[in-house]
Design a protein around this ligand. Structure first.
Ligand code: ATP
Length: 250
């Protein structure tokens, strides 16, 4: 297996509080890995530690074969790894045009074929060039999340960190955004590490998943094990009961 992402014994603490307590996962290149678990179990902390937004006290992190030991990430890291947040209202500046929002990462990373890249990115997320000069505050939540995804994809990353990317959206829009992400993953051989409180979303999107509790991984499951309800822990069983009807038709 070629790991796009290898995390070993990762510990993240905020003062005396240990939010991640020795977490290890491997995510295969081109696959999609889900993180589920109750609120406060450490899912976002794990994503943020991979992205360099949280420091980790100990453990190792390898991304696309490169090791990272602290929060500081070289610029090139963000061409490989991009993060999409839950709230497209918070993650996009409301008074910037879509054009400006997409231009910014291209300028930071020194791309010069910006016109072609912006057009292609808007097409890929199903918005088209007609949205280019609209302001972010003029867009619906779903349209904003499409812009956020375009902004992530425009740098041609290999890994997307997705933190509840659809949970702020209406159910019908959620399915569209999930399908868009899935299509991008297939087309670009992307690797996903995805947080969701919704087992239905994880079942639809992820080949494997880890169930987290109190900063630890309770168990790791394949999609097949999830379908067969082949769980090692009572905690996972209880979590599944709490999200009954996890199978999506989307
Ligand atoms: N910057 C921080 N300072 C102090 N504590 C933090 C910080 N970030 C997260 N925590 C704590 O770490 C724990 C894990 O938080 P985290 O956001 O990773 O949980 P989560 O599983 O993503 O939860 P949710 O599903 O509610 O988003 C929580 O108890 C949270 O309060």
């Amino acid at each position: 297996m070629t790991s796009a992402l290898a995390i070993r014994d990762m510990v993240v603490a905020f003062d005396d509080f240990v939010a991640l307590d020795g977490v290890s996962i491997d995510v295969e290149q081109g696959s999609s890995f889900g993180l589920v678990g109750e609120s406060g179990s450490g899912k976002s902390t794990l994503l943020r530690a991979v992205a360099g937004l949280n420091a980790f006290e100990s453990g190792t992190l390898e991304v696309a074969g490169e090791g990272y030991s602290d929060r500081m990430r070289p610029k090139a890291f963000y061409r490989t790894v991009q993060m999409v947040f839950q709230d497209p209202y918070g993650s996009l500046h409301p008074r910037q045009t879509v054009d400006r929002l997409l231009l910014e990462p291209l300028a930071i990373h020194g791309f010069d074929d910006t016109e072609a890249r912006i057009t292609r990115a808007l097409d890929e997320v199903g918005l088209g060039s007609g949205f280019r000069f609209r302001f972010s505050h003029q867009l619906s939540g779903g349209q904003r999340q499409r812009v956020a995804i375009a902004r992530a994809l425009i740098l041609e990353p290999k890994i997307l960190l997705l933190d509840e990317p659809t949970s702020a959206l209406d159910a019908s829009i959620q399915a569209e955004i999930l399908n868009l992400l899935e299509q991008a993953r297939r087309d670009r051989d992307l690797t996903f590490l995805m947080v969701s409180h919704d087992l239905g979303v994880v079942h639809h999107m992820c080949d494997r998943l880890a169930v987290m509790k109190d900063g630890r991984i309770v168990e790791t499951l394949t999609r097949d094990q999830l379908e067969r309800r082949d769980f090692a822990s009572d905690y996972t069983r209880a979590l599944l009961v709490a999200s009954e009807g996890f199978k999506r038709s989307a």
